[in-house]
Design a binder for this molecule. Structure first.
Ligand SMILES: [Fe+2]
Ligand SMILES: [Fe+2]
Length: 198
């Protein structure tokens, strides 16, 4: 007899209410004093990215700062997806069936971002692709807010705050790492001399 083994997909591990209750009774690390809930931290970051999109869309196409703002937004988007993939989604997976779709949407957003970053901020194509990315990000973030973030409450307040503290720490750490990398790239470009575009 051939045994057909099912390879679990992300999200297959959804727990029953009894299992969730049992998991909540497991000793969890206490959140640091004053820590915010993970969903609050992530919602605030969504809002920050929404504002950045609006700022860039409102800038004149020829404004030289437009590319800098776009790079800032790109970094924030990448960092956001990374902290969700590394911290939030694995923790929320037992209580939310949205995780596999959300993972797939992160990949789509990364592909769309790569397209935008290849375009000149003063080109009409940039406007179109930027608005496409904005709409896709807004759709993804809004569905997290209305579904996954609500389901995450089942993990309990202490666990959400402990997770929120880890997310804030990782956001800070990744921003610092990104700033260092940006500075290294700028330094290399400056040392290589003029004639190198962007
Ligand atoms: Fe996400
Ligand atoms: Fe998110």
């Amino acid at each position: 007899m051939v045994e057909i083994r099912h390879v679990p997909d992300p999200g297959d591990e959804a727990l029953t209410p009894g299992e969730i209750a049992a998991e909540q009774e497991q000793p969890q690390p206490a959140p640091p004093p004053g820590a915010r809930r993970a969903d609050e931290v992530l919602f605030e970051h969504h809002q920050l990215m929404r504002r950045l999109f609006e700022e860039i869309e409102a800038m004149p196409p020829e404004d030289p700062e437009r590319r800098d703002m776009m790079r800032l937004l790109a970094g924030e988007l990448q960092i956001h997806e990374h902290v969700e993939d590394e911290i939030f989604y694995p923790e929320v997976r037992p209580v939310s069936e949205d995780v596999p779709v959300a993972h797939a949407e992160h990949q789509q957003l990364a592909d769309m971002l790569a397209v935008v970053l290849r375009l000149s901020p003063s080109s009409p194509d940039f406007e179109t692709q930027l608005r496409n990315l904005h709409a896709a990000m807004d759709h993804h973030a809004s569905s997290e807010e209305s579904s996954m973030f609500v389901e995450a409450r089942r993990l309990g307040d202490a666990r959400l705050r402990e997770m929120g503290a880890r997310i804030e720490e990782m956001l800070d750490h990744e921003r610092t790492a990104l700033a260092r990398k940006t500075w290294r790239d700028v330094k290399i470009r400056l040392l290589e001399g003029p004639g190198i575009d962007q």
